[in-house]
Design a protein around this ligand. Structure first.
Ligand code: ASC
Length: 148
C-alpha cells in the first residue's frame, strides 16, 4: 500500500512538472502579448492622430520597436503545450520558416512606416500603415487562434 501512495505521489509530481512552464517560457509569452497590445494601442493612436506629427512619430516608434522585439519571443515550448493562455498556434513551430518570414515582413513594414513618419512624409503614411496592417493580418490568419 505504501508503494502505491508513493507511486501516486510520483505521478502527481510528474504531471505537475509537465504542466508548469519554465519562467523563461512564461516571460516570453507575457512579454510578446504585452508587445502586441502596445502595437495595437499605438496603431489605433496612429489612426486617430489626425495629422499630428508628434503623435504619429511617437506611435510608429513604439510599433517598430515592439515589432522587432517579437522576433526573440517565440521560443520552442511557448505554444499551446506551455499550458498558459496563448493564442499562438502549434503550427508556428511546425512551419517555422513561414512564421519567421511573416514576422520579418511585419518588422520590415513597421520599420518602413516609422521611417516614413520620421521623414514627415504624411502623404506616404496611409499606404505604409495599410501595408503594416496587412502583415499583421497575414500572420494572424495563419498562426493565431481566434478564440483565445
Ligand atoms: C490592429 C491590431 C491588429 C491589426 C490587424 C490588421 O490594430 O490590433 O492585430 O491592426 O487588425 O489587420
Amino acid at each position: 500500500m505504501r508503494k502505491f501512495w508513493m507511486a501516486l505521489g510520483g505521478a502527481a509530481l510528474l504531471a505537475g512538472s509537465a504542466l508548469a512552464a519554465s519562467p523563461a517560457i512564461e516571460t516570453a509569452i507575457k512579454t510578446r502579448q504585452a508587445n502586441f497590445k502596445e502595437m495595437g494601442k499605438n496603431f489605433k493612436a496612429l489612426r486617430d492622430a489626425n495629422g499630428d506629427a508628434a503623435t504619429i512619430k511617437a506611435a510608429t516608434a513604439v510599433i517598430s520597436a515592439k515589432a522587432a522585439e517579437q522576433a526573440k519571443l517565440f521560443p520552442k515550448g511557448s505554444g499551446p503545450e506551455a499550458g498558459l493562455k496563448t493564442a499562438a498556434k502549434a503550427e508556428i513551430w511546425t512551419d517555422w520558416a513561414t512564421f519567421t518570414k511573416l514576422q520579418q515582413d511585419n518588422i520590415a513594414a513597421a520599420a518602413e512606416l516609422n521611417q516614413v513618419a520620421m521623414k514627415g512624409d504624411m502623404a506616404a503614411l496611409p499606404a505604409a500603415a495599410g501595408k503594416l496592417g496587412g502583415t499583421c493580418k497575414a500572420c494572424h490568419d495563419k498562426f493565431k487562434n481566434k478564440d483565445n
